[in-house]
Design a protein around this ligand. Structure first.
Ligand code: CMC
Length: 427
């Protein structure tokens, strides 16, 4: 086994190199503190892996993303979202009988307890969907107290299926509440994407027939968001899970983490930015100039990524899908043209070239969601729905690891040194 040697003052420690199944190599520093009294500082964890993972592989230089070894391009082309969820959760593609059993089990869990309606109704109508979804996901744990033990595989399995089944219903219902429409119950004869569209868009006054183009586009988007290594929200799920919190609390933490505009919340921000550009006449160059100005906190939303220093492979597929979906639905959205123009201007600008800033997954996804009929503030809950199998797979992987430890980073204390308390009368 390869090793690196670290010398500090009169101490020397050999640090083993851990090799991944692809190209990655990591230095195992777990003995560092015990043997040298030193620990490492790594802002934003750019150099640090907490764990070994086999859920998804990313090569940021080459722009590659694979789930359990399968290229996302192939999965987006041929698989259903639940097939991908099964793959992420179990590590293998299901046979037809196994997939049918998995789909049936999820279909049978799609109803919510009726009392949950009161939960949605406790929020203001203009509450952001991510806040409601995180709260409702956390609340789910209170309805199933018998299946919360992280060490009980059967309880975990039923909770995983409940989450996959109920999150679409929760998103649809929080949406219905927000738009003052009656809740629509799930239909077990429809597949996952079609049932979700039915719960979101149908109204009791007339029959609703989902458009297969829309369902297919949603299926692809959900697949492309399904997992992405140790991203901010997956790390939040693992962190909360590492304290043995139940899976609902852990996923709720992931939803909160995803809501931030630097993470999943960027898909909403991108669309709002494109709308602003359209309102200002479609001239993208002044937004590019603002993004380059170090005095200005503005960033081009949907651009840049910690890992990708090349095209985000998801963005490539979504860009093409956006053009295809708009054409199939006969929608002429000026925002698509503005996005294409912005991409072109940014990619030929030295600032973006030098920093290797490319469009990421959030850049074109909102244009499709908008074409499918989703309001802008629901975009990030759609990301959450897609990411759910990844969070669940990451949580399961954490708990299956015999070396699992509670996440508890070190700190370099830079506060006051010891000083004595002074009674208030003497201050
Ligand atoms: N617009 C302008 N400049 C940027 C941008 C951007 N979108 N992204 C990065 N930079 C600059 C940044 O100012 C820095 O410049 P300098 O070296 O001169 O200080 C350099 O590029 C490196 O950026 P960083 O902030 O150190 O990179 P990071 O890896 O810490 O951050 C990021 C990654 C995604 C948070 C960041 O690129 C960003 O804020 N992008 C916009 C928000 C966004 O689209 N988020 C979605 C990410 S993909 C999906 C997901 O994770 O959910």
């Amino acid at each position: 086994m390869a090793e690196a040697i670290l010398r500090f003052e009169d101490k020397e420690v050999e640090l083993p190199v851990v090799e991944g199944s692809e190209t990655e190599r990591g230095l195992d520093i777990s003995r560092l503190a015990a043997e040298t009294g030193l620990f490492t500082i790594d802002r934003g964890f750019g150099n640090t892996a907490e764990s070994q993972s086999s859920v998804s592989f990313i090569d940021g230089e080459k722009g590659i993303l694979r789930y359990r070894g399968y290229p996302i391009e192939q999965l987006a082309e041929g698989a259903s979202f639940l097939e991908v969820a099964y793959l992420l959760l179990n590590g293998v593609l299901p046979s037809q009988p196994l997939l049918t059993e998995f789909e049936d089990a999820i279909t049978r869990h799609t109803l919510l307890r009726e009392d949950m309606k009161k939960l949605f109704e406790a929020f203001p109508h203009n509450a952001h969907p991510m806040q409601i979804l995180a709260s409702a996901t956390s609340a789910l744990a209170t309805y199933y107290p018998d299946a919360l033990d992280p060490a009980d595989p059967e309880a975990v399995e039923v909770s995983v299926r409940r989450l996959l089944a109920k999150v679409p219903t929760m998103i649809a219902w929080l949406y219905k509440y927000k738009v003052h429409q009656p809740y629509v119950y799930p239909r077990n004869d429809l597949d996952y994407a079609a049932n979700f569209l039915h719960m979101v868009f149908s109204v009791p006054a007339e029959p609703y027939h989902h458009d297969p183009v829309v369902a297919a586009a949603l299926n692809v988007l959900l697949i492309l968001h399904s997992d992405h290594g140790q991203n901010c929200s997956a790390t939040a799920v693992r962190l909360v899970g590492s304290g043995d919190a139940n899976i609902f609390s852990s996923v709720s933490a992931g939803i909160h983490a995803l809501s931030g505009p630097l993470h999943g919340g960027a898909n909403q921000e991108v669309l709002e930015m494109l709308e602003e550009m359209a309102e200002e006449g479609g001239d993208v160059s002044k937004f590019v100039a603002r993004a380059k100005d170090k005095e200005n906190p503005f960033r081009l939303m949907g651009f840049g990524h910690r890992i990708y220093k090349n095209f985000d492979p998801r963005a490539k597929i979504i860009k093409q899908a956006a053009a295809d979906v708009l054409a199939k639905l006969h929608i002429d959205d000026p925002l698509l043209e503005i996005a294409q123009e912005l991409e072109q201007v940014a990619l030929s600008d030295d600032y973006f070239i030098e920093r290797k800033l490319y469009p990421n997954v959030d850049f074109y996804s909102g244009i499709i969601y908008r074409a499918l009929g989703f309001p802008t503030d629901t975009f990030t809950v759609l990301f959450a729905l897609g990411r759910l199998p990844g969070w669940l797979a990451q949580w399961k992987e954490l708990h299956a690891d015999p070396k699992m430890k509670i996440y508890r980073p070190q700190q370099v204390y830079v506060g006051e040194t010891k000083r004595d308390y002074v009674p208030i009368s003497q201050r």
